[in-house]
Design a protein around this ligand. Structure first.
Ligand code: AR6
Length: 180
């Protein structure tokens, strides 16, 4: 499924982010940037040990921020590492921090003239953000950014599994009424 926002395409696919042929893939990392499970583990496994060596020099990353590295052995030329919030009860800064992950990743992409980018569903695995709420924040942040900046040309969400895909699909259908 895809929608057009200004000059960009926002699309949803079900699959594994490490196989995406885009210029940059986004990693759902932690503040150390030294690897972990989930998407982070999968990306490091395919990128190879050079990625960890490179990340060690970055001095970590704050929650809600994003940092760029090469993709090493990945098909993607770059990895943009962002750190999502750990979900507690939704009453704190979780939603602002999650929105910031998408915004900062897209800013980093723009600064580096990246034309195509793939995102995983940040914070909805080990960090336990409820999928439906997270999908709304993710897709709202991205459509807002594309509306204002008209870059990158392609933003792809890569959802791992049927439930995540269907949840994002439903949310994108709701949003697409605002971007016919
Ligand atoms: N491709 C696409 N999506 C994936 C993949 C994949 N290969 N693998 C998992 N997902 P998570 P978080 C989905 O836990 O919640 C790590 O240890 C998964 O189903 O990867 O932000 C880090 O080092 C879920 O919907 O990231 C941090 O410590 C979504 O990606 C912590 O986990 C995010 O799940 C970050 O937790």
């Amino acid at each position: 499924m895809q929608i057009t926002v200004k000059n960009s395409i926002l699309e949803l696919v079900q699959g594994d982010i490490v196989h995406q042929e885009v210029e940059a893939i986004v990693n759902a990392a932690n503040t150390t940037l030294l690897g972990g499970g989930g998407v982070d583990g999968a990306i490091h496994r395919v990128a190879g040990p050079e990625l960890l060596e490179h990340c060690k020099k970055l001095g970590g990353c704050n929650t809600g921020d994003a940092k760029l590295t090469p993709g090493f052995r990945l098909k993607a030329r770059y990895v943009i590492h962002t750190v999502g919030p750990v979900y507690r009860d939704g009453k704190g800064k979780e939603s602002a921090l999650l929105a910031s992950c998408y915004q900062r990743s897209l800013e980093v992409a723009k600064e580096n003239q990246i034309k195509s980018i793939a995102f995983p569903s940040i914070s909805t695995g080990a960090y336990r953000y409820p999928l439906h709420e997270a999908s709304r924040i993710a897709l709202d942040s991205i459509t807002h950014f594309l509306d204002e900046h008209e870059s990158p040309e392609i933003v792809r969400f890569v959802l791992f599994g049927e439930e995540a895909f269907q949840t994002y699909r439903q949310t994108l259908l709701e949003i697409s009424r605002k971007h016919p």
